[in-house]
Design a protein around this ligand. Structure first.
Ligand SMILES: Cc1cc2nc3c(=O)[nH]c(=O)nc-3n(C[C@H](O)[C@H](O)[C@H](O)COP(=O)(O)O)c2cc1C
Length: 194
C-alpha cells in the first residue's frame, strides 16, 4: 500500500496562496519611500528564480533620482512629439509619483532557444521580486512600454543593447489603491490527460 501523503491543508500554505493570488499591479502609490534593504532583499529573492543551465541572465538596475529624472524627461519629450505636450506633461506628472524604480535586463544570446529560456528565467525573477515586496506590503507594476525599447533609455541606464535587453521597468511602492482583478477558473484552463 502507498504511504499516505502529508496534509497540504496547512495555514502556512493557505497564506502563501493568498500572497500569490492577492498581488495586484499597482498604479497609484503613497509617497512613502520603500526601505532600500527591503528592495535589496527582494532582488536577492529574484536571483533564486529557476534559470536553465544556471545562466543567471539578469541584471537589476536600481534607478536613483538622477536616472529617474532623465527617464521622465525622455518620456516627456518623446510623448510630446508623438501625442502632444498636454499628454506628455500628464504622463510625466504621473511617473513622478512612482516612488521606486527598478529595471531588469536579460543577457542576449545568439542561441535563440537560450535567449528565450533566459527571458523566461528573468520573468520568473521579476515575479519573485514583486511577490517578495507584496508580502512586505509593497505593490509594484511591471511596464514594458515604449521606453523599455528606447535607445536613449539604454544610454540613460548604461545598457549596451548588443549585450542585453530590457525585460521590464518595475515601479514599486506602498499602494494607495489596490485594484481588483478576476481570472478564468483554473478548471477552464486545465486539461487532464489520461
Ligand atoms: C511582461 C509584462 C508586461 C507588462 N507591461 C505592462 C504595461 O506596459 N502597461 C501596463 O499597464 N501593465 C503592464 N503589465 C501589467 C499587466 O497589465 C497586469 O499584470 C495585468 O493587468 C493583470 O493584473 P495583475 O498584475 O493585478 O494581476 C505587464 C505585465 C507583464 C507580465
Amino acid at each position: 500500500m502507498a504511504n499516505k501523503a502529508p496534509s497540504f491543508e496547512t495555514e502556512a500554505l493557505r497564506e502563501f496562496g493568498e500572497v500569490l493570488k492577492g498581488r495586484r499591479t499597482i498604479n497609484l502609490y503613497l509617497q512613502t519611500s520603500v526601505p532600500e534593504q527591503l528592495v535589496r532583499d527582494a532582488i536577492e529573492a529574484a536571483t533564486w528564480a529557476p534559470n536553465h543551465h544556471v545562466t543567471e541572465p539578469w541584471r537589476f538596475l536600481m534607478m536613483g533620482p538622477q536616472t529617474i529624472a532623465r527617464t521622465i524627461e525622455r518620456v516627456r519629450v518623446t510623448l510630446a512629439e508623438q501625442k502632444g505636450q498636454e499628454l506628455a506633461d500628464f504622463k510625466a506628472r504621473s511617473w513622478a509619483e512612482k516612488p521606486g524604480w527598478l529595471t531588469v535586463t536579460c543577457r542576449r544570446s545568439e542561441d535563440t532557444l537560450k535567449e528565450r529560456e533566459d527571458y523566461a528565467a528573468c520573468s520568473v525573477a521579476v515575479q519573485n521580486f514583486m511577490l517578495y515586496l507584496w508580502k512586505a506590503g509593497v505593490g509594484s507594476k511591471w511596464t514594458s512600454g515604449g521606453i523599455t525599447r528606447d535607445p536613449e533609455f539604454f544610454d540613460i541606464l548604461g545598457v549596451n543593447p548588443e549585450e542585453e535587453f530590457v525585460v521590464g521597468m518595475i515601479w514599486y511602492g506602498y499602494p494607495k489603491v489596490t485594484p481588483t482583478q478576476s481570472r478564468t477558473a483554473a478548471d477552464d484552463v486545465t486539461v487532464r490527460l489520461p
